[in-house]
Design a protein around this ligand. Sequence first.
Ligand SMILES: [Zn+2]
Length: 445
Amino acid sequence: MAHYFRCGKLFTARSDEALRNQTVVATDGVITYVGPTAAAPRPAASDSVVDHSRHFVMPGLIDGHTHIGAGNANTEEDVDLYAPLEFRALRMMINLQRMFAAGYTGVIDGATTGRVGIACRNAINAGLFAGPRTICTGPFITTRLGYADFYPTWFNNPVAVRTRVTSLDQGFEAIRVQVKDGVDFIKLGMDGKVRNLDGGIAACFNAEETKHLVAESNRLGKWVKVHAKGTEAVLHSARAGARVICHAAHLTDEAIDAVLEADAILCPELTIIHNFTTFTQPTDSYNDVTHIGQAEWEATVASMRKARAAGCRILAGSDSGFACCPAGEWHALEIKLLVEHVGLTPAEGLRAGTAINGELFGGTAKIGVIEKGYLADLVAFDGDPLADINVLLDKKKIVGLYMGGERVTTKAPPINMRTETDFSYRMWGRVYDQKRVASMTTRAF
Ligand SMILES: [Zn+2]
């Protein structure tokens, strides 16, 4: 049985325009026809015809970078310590399903603890659970002073979101273990925690080490994605051949040249910085290690504008999965921010959240474009995001979501931090010394 989708407007992600009065036909999950309704084959009596003739249809959205396995965490300790890995996997599955409500049928997860991402991906692929098409990394591979090496030297946590290696051999071993366990990407935590003598963020691996780690990943058939805010980390990563460079907040001309030369794709993750600087409260803690703040926002936006003008490709990845950008809520905000602040056209924005991310699925799934031979993953909006990008963020405007031509009906429960994530032993948010208490109450104590 084939599914016929009548589309009032159709954005295929192959051109800038939405075409009017188009039909998409899906047979056994795969698109077999895209073109004018007038020229489309006629449905048989057993086929279904879905009427989106008053709607805007586009490829199902794909978030190019998340940490859905982090469970909408408040603290790094919530990510790494309290919940058992088995619980983290079950929770990640629900958070993946929460993405459906935002119109997402694909996700690239960029670092989870243990094999949590792999387990969810496999369970979805096996048909045990409904969920967006998922590809994932394992934990960050990093070293002393590196990004995600959050804890003191005297504390080793084997179920953290990072694997800390202290030699090239250990790096190779970590890569080989992850490849054996089934990751889709290798993720390197490239930024260091310290500044170099020029004042920039020092990379944690040197250029030679980075080259060997990327080469070994590529030799084993895996692309590398890096966390690299600092210029040095971007330079090392691009020159080593990393496929995706996350953040890239301080791009110099030299770094942009290296990114272009490597044909690497940039993933600025504006959403988490935006939400951190815009939504959260002064009482929320500020973590200097993550370098999030207004200066980071301005630097990242300026970097991306420069990179775009130079011809670098940019993908939309929201970094969702933390309390300030929880699963299922702000994924499409990344597209809006790329359009409104970096200057992408709305069509480029939609492609950043569909076709470009789809490319990174490699041979695992043909998604992100509405074209013959691609999987029929579609989202229909009651509104035109090319005319008003805010349509993407309005869940009420999503009038149809399909994976492989089948309607997605899975609904996940609302987020409940207390029962899902917030297991830390933190007890008080401030110190109640006599001065503070006196300012709070006139009662005698
Ligand atoms: Zn990330």
